[in-house]
Design a protein around this ligand. Structure first.
Ligand SMILES: [Fe+2]
Length: 291
């Protein structure tokens, strides 16, 4: 299986052909990255002044827009912030339209989560090993329990020059889990309740959340694994779009600047093949219910 499946899609809104939709859902749920080289997110003349790292407050990894419309971690004058909000909102609408058109079975259950804008060059940014996204990982979050729900992310490179977004993509989820899971220690059951009771997490973390967080951390911390694991380097040029299940695809972002990203959450039951979800894979491997 190749890491990437290319689609000749050139519009954010369907209808898309049956054969295209079938191929897209097979690739997505099978753990590939869907690459749309002919689908740019085009900025207006006015929006081009948003292509500067100065808009970033520096207080988080990225600028983000909540589904409620609230902009976070953006600096700059009110006019620029309003322009930025409008651009991110328009990108979010395009992303929703594309995902609903390409995966109509998802539409009723699809939850639009955060939109992010990443205006800072990522090569050379210094993070601790578990926060270092240049190391291969699956996405998992300490404060956002997913309880098995999927994390689907769509990205567009809006760099005004020729700089690609460069990723590494690693081995399939099950193969990674077989190697990394033995290193994941389980926290005592009371810990999840305590964290929820003291508002450190939004809702109670499940065993699944702890296991995914463990896989995320242990894969990043394991230097031998990072070096030895097979990986494919992919360069996404400006003017292209790509998407994948980032809770399933082992990925690392190596370099690049000016990327827009939209996150979606989806119930496992809304998938065409729920058995492919990390939750189901981990439940088969461990022989027990994880949520
Ligand atoms: Fe990630």
């Amino acid at each position: 299986m190749s890491a990437l499946e290319t689609f000749d899609i050139a519009a954010w809104t369907g209808p898309f052909a049956d054969a295209e939709r079938d191929a897209a859902i097979r690739a997505l749920e099978g753990g590939q990255v869907l690459y749309l080289p002919h689908l740019p997110f085009v900025l207006s003349e006015k929006e081009k002044r948003l292509l500067t790292p100065d808009l970033f407050s520096g207080r988080a990894k990225n600028i983000s827009l909540d589904p409620s419309g609230k902009l976070k971690h953006a600096a700059g004058a009110d006019g620029d912030r309003a322009l930025l909000q409008g651009m991110m909102q328009r990108f979010a609408s395009g992303a929703v339209s594309l995902i609903e058109g390409l995966f109509p079975g998802y539409a009723p259950k699809l939850e639009r989560a955060r939109t992010s804008y990443r205006p800072v060059e990522i090569a050379g940014r210094k993070y601790s090993p578990v926060h270092d996204d240049t190391r291969l990982h699956v996405d998992a979050f300490p404060t956002r329990p997913m309880r098995g729900r999927r994390i689907l992310r769509l990205f567009s490179n809006i760099h005004p020059g020729a700089t690609p977004r460069v990723w590494n993509v690693g081995e399939p989820f099950a193969q990674m889990a077989e190697k990394i899971l033995p290193r994941v220690k389980e926290p005592p059951p009371i810990a999840a309740w305590l964290r929820a009771a003291t508002f450190q997490t939004r809702g109670v973390r499940s065993r699944y959340d702890d296991m995914m967080m463990g896989l995320h951390d242990q894969a990043k911390l394991n230097v031998d694994y990072q070096q030895a694991t097979p990986k494919t380097e992919i360069a996404f040029p400006p003017g292209t779009t790509w998407l994948c299940y980032t809770d399933q695809v082992m990925h690392a972002a190596l370099s690049g600047q000016y990327v827009l990203e939209q996150t979606f959450h989806l119930d496992v039951e809304a998938m065409a093949e729920p058995a492919r979800a990390p939750l189901k894979v981990l439940e088969r491997m461990t022989g027990r219910a994880l949520v």
